[in-house]
Design a protein around this ligand. Structure first.
Ligand SMILES: N[C@@H](CCC(=O)N[C@@H](CS)C(=O)NCC(=O)O)C(=O)O
Length: 287
């Protein structure tokens, strides 16, 4: 709770609306410490709907699930608690002005770190300023943010200084999934299932590319358990970032008409192993 109280001298305090700002040294008569704490306490409770440090705006899709899986891993490992708020992407909630203020790209997921009171934020439905914190968008950027700030023992990510090669591999496989499998599978889904006109060339182009990318992942996993790290690899956010795209239950492969993963046995074994983790099971249920 105290982490959300801005000292009057904090540079961050300047970005809050004047009505929410604590007095500065220049404009206040020296109050007793107890008076300042009372003021701060009123401020923090008035603007904090939840005491959980993290808020996730999400939906039941691969990009949302990769973040909820990591949050569940962090909950199991460190006791990190978080709120999950479901965004109705079918109804276009992610294009409303209050959401665009958090993510100008108008897509889930968005994470709000309430431990970093950088600025006052609009809340769901635009109902006045209640949240504040630091918003992060783009699913892979969210995973890296959580690794930096909440995975303090680096249980699920490699440290750039301690293990630079493993860290680079982790980024390579995260970028591979973020720039390749995610957008390509998204386009395949669009042309196969959602496009208003039938364009066979587009359907074939994107489905072929998805299958090629599945093959790349399969080759990487030959003789390995996990995507990044030495030897057979170590479980990390590189795996969490890619995994939901391959899971049928979260609009993964079956959404683009790939009924089985038999063609990619190493991917299949990797999926089965991941699916057994309690945190992965829990993360797949959010929201
Ligand atoms: N590159 C973005 C993609 C986010 C994205 O495409 N989210 C989808 C759900 S998986 C979404 O919000 N779709 C609704 C829309 O496009 O309006 C990320 O990784 O966060």
């Amino acid at each position: 709770m105290t982490s959300r109280i801005l000292p009057p001298t904090s540079p961050l305090a300047r970005v809050l609306p004047a009505t929410l700002r604590l007095p500065t040294r220049a404009n206040r008569p020296k109050p007793a410490l107890s008076s300042w704490l009372n003021h701060a306490h009123r401020y923090s409770t008035a603007t904090s709907p939840s005491s959980k440090p993290v808020l996730l705006y999400t939906a039941g899709t691969p990009n949302g699930r990769k973040v909820s899986i990591y949050l569940e891993e962090l909950k199991a490992q460190y006791g990190l608690s978080y709120d999950a708020h479901r965004i109705d992407i079918g109804a276009g909630e992610q294009k409303q002005p209050w959401f665009l203020a958090l993510n100008p790209n108008g897509r889930i997921p968005v994470l709000v770190d309430r431990n970093r009171p950088a600025r006052a934020l609009p809340t769901a439905g635009g109902g006045g300023v209640q949240e504040h914190g630091f918003p992060v968008f783009e699913s892979a950027a969210i995973l890296l943010y959580l690794a930096e700030h909440y995975d303090t023992q680096r249980k699920f990510a490699f440290d750039v200084r301690q293990r630079p090669e493993a860290w680079s591999e982790m980024l390579q496989w995260m970028f591979f999934a973020h720039g390749g499998i995610g957008p390509m599978q998204g386009q395949a889904f669009h042309f196969l299932k959602a496009a208003p006109e039938d364009i066979p060339y587009a359907k074939k182009r994107y489905l072929d590319e998805v299958k090629r990318l599945y093959g790349v992942l399969d080759a990487r996993l030959r003789g390995r358990e996990w995507l990044a790290g030495p030897g057979r690899g170590e479980y990390s956010i590189a795996d969490m970032n890619a995994f939901p795209w391959y899971v049928s239950s979260v609009n993964g492969h079956s959404y683009v008409g790939i009924e089985t993963l038999d063609e990619w046995p190493n991917v299949k074994a990797w999926i089965e192993q991941l699916s057994e983790r309690p945190a992965v099971k829990a993360g797949l249920q959010v929201p």
